[in-house]
Design a protein around this ligand. Structure first.
Ligand code: PLP
Length: 414
């Protein structure tokens, strides 16, 4: 197929197949050629309740008949007002202000700018950002700067700004991480940015809630803003609405995107506490928050997010998530004793395991081989190097979950 399309994270020189999908429902994708695929990765972690969810699709259709887009500086609309009110009511109450953008990366950029703006507007400028090793926060220049450095961003390194990085809290080495955070906080950085409980793109690495709570406490002690990037973990992925809940913490700034619209349309929010908003509020125009994107709070995307919120409020979503978690655990246990499987683990609806030896990296060949076999067997899987993970929509059928694990087992046998 000769197409002018340039795909993301795709090496066009390898001639690997690119499948055209024409239709989707629940956890199942249908290709133009008639094949059926189980979406084992929620279309890159966005689809929560299922593809083409009737309530979300109906909300999009209804809104599309009324208002498509309106400038959001000095103007507003009901879908955004309802969503902001809904989010502040549904999420921890100290997160009282909602700033809209379009993607996870921009929600993180906004969070960083809010943090620096907070300190600058208070007359005590701070610029340092502390992050965790193996973190991922998006592919924009700011997102790359605060994320892990590697083959993904090597050509752009000279452009990336410096950050302080603390080690990932490996089991039995957790104090090293806490000591490093404390040392970094003594340099008065503006903020600490972290993915709560699980580092997604960094290889589905999990750490316990207790660590998250201790890191939160250190930041509070030193007056360093705590930014939680829940772009992937939010909306139930880890078993609770937010991963932060499991540590009983509330960040100063919260980034949400992927599941915000149930995965139907691009939208993100960065939520902030009153002190951060108040630091920008002033009779001085020069202290306003200098950020916007053309489609800030697009009404149709907001309508989709309101429908997602209604599903969360009115349906037993947490029960579905618990059932999926149990189903995931049962099938992971089938694989756990296989000699090629290392570190099988589960957090909420997500399972992950390592295949083969530990000398692998993102460009390891196991990933593409597994993706290929899975595609031929009707499953969409996309390992991160040697890390195979399963993160399906919450509505995945038992038989389809079986198929996903059968395919992984089959590849392990080769
Ligand atoms: C996916 C992701 C992002 C980036 O979101 P995009 O919508 O792809 O820009 C940021 N942070 C985390 C933790 C993510 O998983």
């Amino acid at each position: 197929m000769n197409s002018p399309v340039w795909h993301p994270f795709t090496q066009h020189g390898l001639g690997e197949p690119i499948t055209e999908i024409t239709r989707a429902e629940g956890a199942v994708l249908h290709a133009r050629t008639g094949e059926r695929y189980v979406d084992a990765i929620s279309s890159w972690w966005v689809t929560t309740h299922g593809h083409c969810h009737p309530r979300i699709m109906a909300a999009i259709q209804a809104q599309a008949g009324k208002l498509d887009q309106i400038i959001f500086a000095g103007w507003t609309h009901a879908p955004a007002e309802d969503l902001a009110r809904g989010l502040t009511a549904f999420l921890p109450e100290t997160l009282a202000h909602v700033f809209f953008s379009d993607s996870g990366s921009t929600s993180v950029e906004v969070a960083l700018k809010m943090a620096l703006g907070f300190w600058d507007n208070r007359g005590t400028p701070r610029h340092g950002i502390v992050v965790m090793e193996h973190g991922y926060h998006g592919d924009t220049v700011g997102g790359m700067s605060v994320g892990a450095r590697g083959v993904f961003n090597r050509p752009y390194q000279p452009l990336l700004f410096d950050v302080a990085s603390i080690p990932f809290p490996e089991p039995d080495h957790e104090q090293v991480t806490l000591d490093a955070l404390e040392a970094a906080c003594r340099d008065n950085p503006a903020a600490f940015l972290v993915e709560p409980l699980i580092l997604g793109a960094g290889g589905m690495r999990t750490y316990p809630p207790r660590m998250l709570a201790e890191m939160r406490a250190i930041c509070a002690h030193y007056g360093v803003l705590f930014i939680a990037d829940e772009v992937m973990t939010g909306w139930g992925r880890t078993g609770t609405l937010l991963a932060c809940e499991q540590a009983q913490i509330v960040p100063d700034i919260l980034c949400l995107s992927k599941g915000l619209t149930g995965g139907a349309l691009p939208l993100a929010v960065t939520m902030a506490t009153a002190p951060i908003f108040e630091a920008h509020r002033s009779p001085e125009r020069s202290r306003m928050f200098f950020h916007s994107s053309s489609y800030t709070a697009n009404p149709i995307a907001c309508a989709a997010a309101n429908a997602n919120l209604a599903i969360w409020r009115e349906e037993p979503v947490l029960e579905r998530i618990a059932a999926l978690g149990a189903g995931q655990q049962q099938r992971l246990d089938w694989l756990a004793d296989h000699p090629k499987v290392r570190r099988p683990r589960r957090l909420g609806t997500i399972t992950a395991l390592e295949v083969g030896d530990s000398s692998s990296n993102y460009l390891s060949t196991i990933g593409p081989a597994l993706s290929r076999v899975a595609r031929s067997r009707g499953v969409l899987l996309r390992p991160l190097g040697n890390t195979v993970y399963v993160m399906p929509p919450y509505c995945v059928e038992d038989a389809d979950l079986d198929l996903i694990y059968d395919v992984i087992a089959e590849v392990l046998e080769d």
